[in-house]
Design a protein. Sequence first.
Length: 333
Amino acid sequence: MKLKRLFSALAAGAALTALCATAQAREYSVSTVLSDAFPWGQAAQKWADLVNERSEGRITLRVYPNAQLVAGDQTKEFSAMRSGLIDMAVGSTINWSPQVPELNLFSLPFLMQNDADLDAITQGEGGKLAFAAIEQRGIVPLAWGENGFRQLSNSAKPVRSPADLAGLKIRVVGSPLFQDTFTALGANPTQMSWADAKPALTTGAVDGQENPLSVFDVARIDQVGQKYLTLWNYMADPLIFAVNQRVWKAMPEADRELLSQAARDAGKWEIELSRNAQAQRLADIRERGVEVIELSEAERAAFVEATASVQEKWAPRIGDALMDAARKAVAQP
Ligand code: X2X
């Protein structure tokens, strides 16, 4: 009799545990622009995998690539996350800058020259200020990843100077700063989403585009007539792992910590992965017959000079504190 009671108590206990587990099991949406064929999508998937593993299946992050949760309009991702339409995202500073002007910092032409400059900003005071700006707008930023230094390609000719860009139609992201940069360079910038970019290159509606080597490589941009690739490291867009504030507040503290640590681990993993692949990607791109143009110091300086007005115009929108922190960071030897 006693034993029977014990068994039924145990059974009830097990049922209760199962119920709690189901009650606690949660799924969240994560938006990205690029799929897991690219480092960007892999960053989000890594985050999802780590969270799933560390929560023993209790928390599922479901990744929705190709900006599909905002019908392909990547510059709406931040607003959609803020309104709660999207729970989380791994997003580019470029795409969020229409809503978070401070993030234009990373799009300033020729502010950063290399990975060390980028890290000095994101890992220092600049990174803290950028995260504070995001937080102020109702989103909780957790960690950095990266899309990478953006290089310029076109179908017409080797571009070595601003004069070579004269009149070339260049697809740029739907962020006003890019319009200014390419106008200052004498090109003819056309804003469109990534979803529209490849078709526009295919038909020749535009002559060129700018994206990191990983994107050029994986999306096979060489196959849509982009024969010339200028390595100019004119800017880099970091990725940010982030969560809607209400979703965040509703989570138990332990889950927040789990999610946040997993984001930092996934970001670190993706940054390494992305950087380590650079040399091979460039070799593959050359192998496919793309002419790669490397600039001398003097050639690069001409681009820097031509775009100086863009930094001047945008610095006030980014804010003095962030501009100062970034300028100090890149001045470090
Ligand atoms: O649209 C682009 O060029 C891309 C994929 O790099 C971004 O989303 C910033």
